[in-house]
Design a protein around this ligand. Structure first.
Ligand SMILES: Nc1nc2c(ncn2[C@@H]2O[C@H](COP(=O)(O)OP(=O)(O)O)[C@@H](O)[C@H]2O)c(=O)[nH]1
Ligand SMILES: [Mg+2]
Length: 261
C-alpha cells in the first residue's frame, strides 16, 4: 500500500504537501467532514493508521465474501495499469459469456467518469461504475455499498475492474475469489520485478495486447521468467482483445472457476 499518497485512510488528504511537524491543521476529507491533525517527524503514525485501515477492510471483505458465497457467485478482481486492456477484455468476455448464457455482472472503479461502464453496458451485462474520486483503489466497503443494486439475482460471475494502478489496489481485499493481473506488452517485460506485489498475489497473469508483440519486439520468455521469480506457481495466458487470440483458454478458465468456486 502507498502510505505516502495517503491512500490508506477514510480521512484523505487527496494531495501531497509539506506541513511543519507538530503544528495542527485542518483538511476536508472525501466524506465532506473536516479533520484536524498534526504531522509528526516520524512516519510511524502513518504506518499504524494503515494497519488499522487494512484490518477494518479485511472485516468488510470477509462479509462480502460470505455474501457472494451464499449466492454462489464467483468474483474476480482485475488489477493492472491504466490502459492495459481491462475494459476491452471485459467487453469481449461479456459478449462470449452472453452467448453461453452465463449471467455476469461488473463493478468498475475509476477516479472519475462513467466511460468504462458505458462501453461495457453495450454487452447487456449489469455494469455499475464507482467513482473513487480522491482514492487510487477500490476497498471492500465501496463494494459492499453497491452489492444490493449492482448484482442481479441470477448472477454467476462478478468481475471487479479495479482502478488502474499496479500498487495500491493489491493491498485491499474486496472479498474476491482471485486476483487477475493484466500486463500489456507495451508496458515492458521488467514490470513484474519493479512492481512485484500484484504479480505475487495473482492467480493468473494475462499478457494482453499480444497482437503487438512483434512490433514491440516483446520477449515473452523473459517476461514470464520475471513473473515466475515473484510467483513460481502463477498461470499465464497470452491474450488479445483485438484478434481474439487466447480467449479460448481464458473462457475455459472462467468456466472452470464457476465449477470450483
Ligand atoms: N492492440 C491492442 N490494443 C488494445 C487491446 N486491448 C485494449 N487495447 C487498447 O488499449 C487502450 C486501453 O484499453 P482499455 O480496455 O481501456 O484499458 P483499461 O484502462 O485497462 O481498461 C484502448 O485504446 C484499447 O483499444 C489489444 O488486445 N490489442
Ligand atoms: Mg478500464
Amino acid at each position: 500500500m502507498c502510505k505516502d499518497c495517503g491512500c490508506s485512510g477514510d480521512h484523505h488528504h487527496g494531495h501531497h504537501h509539506n506541513h511543519v511537524p507538530g503544528v495542527p491543521h485542518t483538511h476536508v476529507g472525501a466524506d465532506g467532514k473536516s479533520y484536524t491533525h498534526t504531522h509528526e517527524e516520524s512516519t510511524s503514525r502513518q504506518v499504524n493508521i494503515g494497519t488499522a485501515v487494512l484490518g477494518a477492510n479485511d472485516a468488510v471483505a470477509a462479509a462480502n465474501r460470505e455474501w457472494f458465497r451464499e449466492r454462489n457467485i464467483t468474483v474476480l478482481n482485475l488489477i493492472s495499469s491504466p490502459g492495459s486492456g481491462k475494459t476491452s477484455l471485459l467487453v469481449e468476455t461479456l459478449k462470449e459469456l452472453g452467448k453461453q448464457n452465463i449471467p455476469a455482472a461488473v463493478i468498475v472503479g475509476d477516479q472519475y467518469g462513467t466511460f468504462d461502464a458505458e462501453r461495457m453496458k453495450s454487452t447487456g451485462a449489469a455494469v455499475t461504475q464507482i467513482e473513487t474520486r480522491s482514492s487510487c483503489h477500490l476497498d471492500a466497503s465501496r463494494i459492499r455499498d453497491v452489492l444490493e443494486t449492482a448484482i442481479p439475482e441470477n448472477t454467476r460471475l462478478l468481475f471487479i475492474e479495479n482502478v488502474g494502478n499496479l500498487v495500491c489496489p493489491v493491498a485491499f481485499d474486496l472479498g474476491e475469489n482471485a486476483k487477475i493481473a493484466l500486463l500489456s506488452t507495451p508496458e515492458g517485460e521488467e514490470k513484474p520485478l519493479k512492481y512485484p506485489a500484484l504479480f505475487a498475489a495473482a492467480e493468473v497473469v494475462l499478457i494482453t495486447k499480444c497482437d503487438l508483440e512483434k512490433v514491440l519486439e516483446w520477449n515473452y520468455d523473459q517476461c514470464t521468467e520475471n513473473i515466475k521469480q515473484v510467483n513460481p506457481d502463477v498461470q499465464f495466458m497470452r491474450i488479445s482483445s483485438k484478434t481474439g487470440e487466447g480467449f479460448d483458454s481464458w473462457i475455459k478458465f472462467l468456466l472452470n472457476k464457476l465449477q470450483i468456486g
